[in-house]
Design a protein around this ligand. Structure first.
Ligand SMILES: CC(C)(COP(=O)(O)OP(=O)(O)OC[C@H]1O[C@@H](n2cnc3c(N)ncnc32)[C@H](O)[C@@H]1OP(=O)(O)O)[C@@H](O)C(=O)NCCC(=O)NCCS
Length: 260
């Protein structure tokens, strides 16, 4: 138990630059107090001591301004900064290393029983005042901007802002080769998403794909020349055999190139 508390305190020190030492964190962080009380209330809820569990949760709300339903499942190193006004619903599931700021609601949109609150993956950050409503998953490492209202699935690593929440950034959907080429020419392909119809970005993206095709053809050509004993200078070439050439030729048929 003490190991867990130490871990919780460390996560506050790591994530809040205003936190100065363990004593200060233990005595002044309502997010930590609410979490510790939830760690008592949740096992009681699971063992069917539901009334007592709710009493602890209600006391915690008076004391901290944070309402965590005792049925909610919370992972390790959870941090609620400032905390006032946070509401976490009964069927919410929270992964490890999640951070919430004040005024966040993990709520439901339906009056039916069963799973009706969100699931937050590891490392999710939910900004001040944001609402995450419904039984969907917010993928690992995603960020919900302050005051956003997220109402549908959020992919891992994505950033959601606005009302209703829309994705403004997502981990690059491009392939490794494409990413490597982008880095080679100094272009940041990280933020390319379908939601960002910037014509310049699309033009550069198309050029990257074209360069990739030209590059692989050029490589195949050099390899073929080398195979015939023609020197191609100091270009470093992969060691390929006849089978590899056949595969490359297959991949570079006009139809495939058009499709790519
Ligand atoms: C959403 C958030 C996580 C984005 O961080 P990020 O990944 O670094 O992204 P950026 O700051 O580059 O912002 C990306 C875009 O979203 C916009 N944006 C950022 N936060 C926004 C918000 N809360 N609402 C609306 N738009 C927002 C930015 O203006 C930017 O738009 P642009 O590309 O047109 O310039 C961050 O802005 C945020 O809201 N964090 C919560 C912090 C918080 O609640 N602190 C409370 C401390 S008490």
């Amino acid at each position: 138990m003490f190991e867990r508390i130490r871990e919780d305190v460390r996560s506050v020190l790591d994530r809040d630059p205003a936190a100065r030492n363990t004593f200060e964190v233990l005595t002044n962080y309502p997010g930590l107090h609410a979490l510790l009380l939830h760690r008592f209330a949740h096992p009681l809820w699971c063992r069917d001591w539901k009334w007592l569990a709710r009493v602890i949760s209600t006391f915690s709300r008076w004391f901290t301004g944070i309402e965590i339903h005792p049925g909610a499942t919370i992972g390790r190193r959870f941090f609620i900064d400032h905390g006032m006004g946070v509401v976490i619903g009964e069927t919410s599931e929270i992964g490890d290393d999640v951070t919430l700021y004040q005024g966040v609601t993990l709520g439901g949109t339906s009056l039916d029983g069963g799973k009706r609150h969100p699931t937050l993956g590891n490392g999710v950050v939910v900004g001040a005042g944001a609402k995450v409503l419904g039984p969907f998953t917010v993928g690992e490492g995603a960020k919900i901007g302050s005051n956003a209202v997220a109402v549908k699935e959020v992919p891992p690593g994505a950033t959601v802002v606005g009302v209703p929440g829309r994705i403004v950034r997502r981990q690059s959907p491009v392939g490794e080769e494409h990413q490597a080429m982008a880095e080679k020419i100094g272009f940041d392909a990280y933020a390319i998403t379908k939601e960002m119809p910037d014509p310049t970005v699309h033009a550069i993206n198309a050029m990257l794909e074209h360069i990739q095709v030209v590059d692989s053809r050029f490589e195949a050509l050099c390899c073929a020349l080398k195979d015939k004993g023609i020197d191609c200078g100091d270009i470093s070439l992969p060691e390929l055999n006849a089978e590899d050439f056949a595969v490359m030729a297959e991949e570079d048929t006009p139809d495939n190139v058009k499709a790519s």
